[in-house]
Design a protein around this ligand. Sequence first.
Ligand code: ATP
Length: 234
Amino acid sequence: MTEYSVEAHGLTKYFEGFTAVDHVSLEVPAGSIYGVLGPNGAGKTTTLRMMLGIVDPDAGTSRLLGNHKPQSVRSRVGYLPEERGLYPGMKAREAIAFMGALRGLDWAEGRRRAAIFMAELGLERVIDEKIRKMSKGMAQMVQLIGSIIHAPDLIVLDEPFSGLDPVNQERLEMLVRRERERGATILFSTHVMAHAERLCDRIAIIARSARRFEGTVDQARALLPMQVRYTPRD
Ligand code: ATP
């Protein structure tokens, strides 16, 4: 029997008279890399937020890591929100340790792991740099590392590729693959099919508030017209 890290059924959200998310269901197999694709405004962020318990659904249910209460599995989940933000006065290493501490990781262990991650990604030169001095893309990499530093079982990344240059996009891909090898499940949203094709086992396409496709990347390749599959890169 397949084990699922995320089981969302019929998630629905209304905002001031319009339906932002319309009965969206997602089942993310444990240990997989899963992509949620769709254009701007499709409803991806709202769907992820409902799954994580940040936004209350108007209808539908979701279970994270087998649990109906997202708060009770908080320390086992890593989340990169769409709106990025770190304390500008913190150095990269502190920011990462701080994010880990918010999810229950020991501060010294967070600092130790931060150094390892940064070195592995070739980012050691910025480890003692303050966030306010960094480019947006570099700060995003720091926040990404911070969101997974506590070795979560489920990692949810909202548009993680947006705003990254090709070198950092490759670093992100490497991190995602490495986290999966460690045993984590990764769910990320994107509006670029090429990112999903390179990484994902399965994808769901959300457009105009509803799920329009769900399946493997190979099924998507066979079924979807070229103009849908190849939207321009960021
Ligand atoms: P993007 O890639 O642009 O972030 P998305 O697929 O993540 O798009 P959402 O952010 O979920 O889409 O937004 C879906 C729709 O709901 C959009 O039309 C958005 O403007 C609207 N929306 C989102 N949050 C709110 C809110 N708090 N109040 C009113 N409308 C909202």
